[in-house]
Design a binder for this molecule. Structure first.
Ligand code: FES
Length: 105
């Protein structure tokens, strides 16, 4: 008559938001990890330095640009978390071609 319930909590993975370890549900986005971390901003705008947080969570607004595993300007809401992922807030503009700089040599 009574059966035990299956484990209902989702599996979690450990990521690092600005160097601070955090466990987030598997399948969550990097932007969601930043929000779960309680960060005040994920980026600062290049012109005024105004703080921004992820807004649309579906790839439209670009307010979630962050550095993910060393790659700047990543759309954090479109990147699923992976174990050990390092997510860093970014301030101002980044060189869009920086990831390809080694290829140009
Ligand atoms: S939160 Fe809008 S593009 Fe990522």
């Amino acid at each position: 008559m009574f059966t035990s319930r299956p484990e209902t909590r989702p599996a979690t993975v450990e990521v690092f938001v600005d160097g601070v370890a955090l466990r987030v549900p598997e399948g969550a986005s990097a932007a969601a990890a930043v929000l779960l971390a309680g960060a005040g901003a994920i980026r600062a705008t290049p012109v005024s330095g105004a703080p921004r947080l992820p807004y649309c969570m579906m790839g439209i607004c670009f307010d979630c640009l962050a550095e993910i595993d060393g790659v700047a300007n990543a759309q954090a809401c479109m990147v699923p978390v992976a174990p050990g992922m390092r997510i860093s807030r970014q301030a101002g503009a980044r060189d869009a071609l920086a990831p390809f700089a080694e290829d140009a040599r």
